[in-house]
Design a protein around this ligand. Structure first.
Ligand code: ATP
Ligand code: MG
Length: 448
């Protein structure tokens, strides 16, 4: 992509309204623009990041055997009246009346909608287990939208719903979601710690929130810091194997890790040696929940079991804050110059900076680099503007692409360009071909 043909409205000044790094950097990098309080447009660069995150979420859900679909943003109030939540949900729900006087709402979540779909089509235990999910915009009329897309009113969420014949089956679905979430966050370069969350009147140990430690987070968390050494890594796993999934659940949930809602100072002291007790602020990037027959019972989502009895299915719901993740990654990975994207979420793979726009030699090398990198399946962003070198570097550092190749007449005179890694700031001088080869080996694990 050539920058002169792109739309990248970077801001040089720090917007006064932004209180935290991610909000500031997303505005400055031309990723988002506020439309009204808590509602944002995703500009081209932001959209690329959102799509990268979404794809990883999809891949990990599909790997776990969960099935993608898409439900609407507007839902009929009647469904929520069936579950009793139309009155219970409160003022966060945006209620709308259409021209026929029918009551609608902009969905803050989809338990009712999915239960309605399920009950229309599934009648037998033979069709279970089933987990359906979608990635769709939600609306919650948050009393205090803030920190940009971190606490928006309109936000993108992956929400998945499992249907199982009994509690044991639903607990396996729960564990499977835990594993798929751990893998998702790890691929995004994040350490998200599962912490026991409030289950309300249902009780039990079956809601966990996933939290990314950050000083600017809105949650307060208490945990055994030895959990920070846990990595899922590239271990192979059979998602249908109950013991394997349970094993991973146990491994990740046995160390003490709680949010302020479930924290118990006495248990904390008893279970965790003083030198490992840690308290921090954190960002909630997901939550999983087993809630039994809370919706299936009132909404009559029943199946015939193996004994011929009609029984309400056991359900759970599982959410990832897709748009919030973009902010969480930035909170976890930036410096005073800008964002440092992990490769998996980067909007482009490599930035190419032409130090002498208009110079035939540098222009040709930049074009060749683009062609070579694109041929390898990478996406370069070529700064072919007539900006000063300093300004081009500042933009590249701000938008945080993992690599930059700098092409200038002085280097080319001795056949060299410069390859710089954003994270370490380290540079090497080499031929354009060597730079491409180096990136090839990093991105594909092949070649020199
Ligand atoms: P919070 O406690 O932050 O208000 P929640 O517990 O109400 O969130 P869930 O219903 O668990 O949210 O939604 C699943 C995920 O969606 C959350 O873990 C979070 O990552 C994301 N999310 C929730 N509310 C917002 C919001 N207002 N803006 C952006 N993302 C959100
Ligand atoms: Mg939550």
């Amino acid at each position: 992509m050539r920058m002169t043909r792109y739309f990248l409205p970077v801001l040089r000044e720090t917007p006064a309204e932004a209180q935290i790094a991610s909000h500031r950097l997303m505005l400055r990098a031309g990723m988002i623009q506020q439309s009204s309080a808590g509602i944002y447009s995703w500009l081209p660069l932001g959209l690329r990041i959102l799509r990268k995150i979404e794809n990883i979420v999809h891949e990990e859900q599909i790997a776990a055997g969960h099935i993608p679909m898409l439900m609407p943003t507007l839902q009929p109030a009647s469904l929520w009246q069936e579950s009793g939540r139309y009155d219970d949900y409160g003022r966060e729900m945006l209620r709308i009346t259409d021209r026929q006087g029918r009551k609608l709402l902009y969905g803050p979540t989809n338990e009712e909608q999915i239960t309605d779909i399920f009950r229309a089509h599934v009648n037998s235990y033979r069709d279970l287990p089933l987990t359906l999910y979608h990635i769709q915009w939600k609306f919650r009329d948050e009393i205090r939208p803030r920190f940009g897309i971190m606490r928006g009113r309109e936000f993108l969420m992956k929400d998945g719903y499992n249907f199982d014949i009994d509690k044991a089956g639903a607990i396996h679905s729960y564990n499977r979601h835990m594993v798929s979430y751990l893998r998702t966050y790890e691929r995004l370069g994040l350490q998200a710690v599962p912490m026991r969350a409030d289950t309300g009147p249902i009780g039990g140990n079956h809601s966990h929130e996933f939290l990314v430690l950050a000083d600017t987070g809105e949650s307060e968390v208490f945990f055994d810091n030895r959990i920070l050494g846990n990595r899922f890594g590239d271990r192979k796993l059979d998602f249908d194997n109950r013991e394997e999934c349970q094993g991973i659940f146990d491994e990740w949930t046995s160390p003490y890790a709680r949010t302020d809602e479930t924290h118990d100072p006495k248990e904390f002291e008893d279970q965790v040696p003083a030198e490992h007790r840690q308290t921090s602020r954190a960002i909630e990037v997901g939550q999983i929940f087993y809630f039994g027959t809370k919706y299936s019972q009132p909404m009559q989502a029943m199946v015939v079991d193996a004994d011929g009895q009609r029984t309400a299915v056991h359900m759970g719901s599982h959410g990832i804050g897709v748009s919030r993740l973009a902010g969480a990654i930035i909170e976890a990975s930036h410096d005073d110059k800008g964002i440092i994207w992990p490769r998996s979420a980067a909007p482009f793979d490599v930035g190419i900076v032409n130090l002498a726009q208009g110079n035939t030699a540098t222009g040709e090398v930049c074009d060749d680099l683009c062609t070579a990198l694109e041929g390898l399946g990478m996406e370069p962003l070529y700064d072919d503007t007539r900006e000063r070198a300093g300004s081009k570097f500042a933009t590249m550092d701000l938008i945080g692409l993992p690599w930059r190749i700098t092409v200038g007449p002085r280097g080319l005179a001795v056949g060299e360009v410069e390859l710089t890694e954003r994270r370490s700031g380290e540079s090497i001088k080499c031929t354009p071909e060597a730079a491409v080869n180096r990136l090839r080996s990093i991105y594909t694990g092949q070649g020199g």
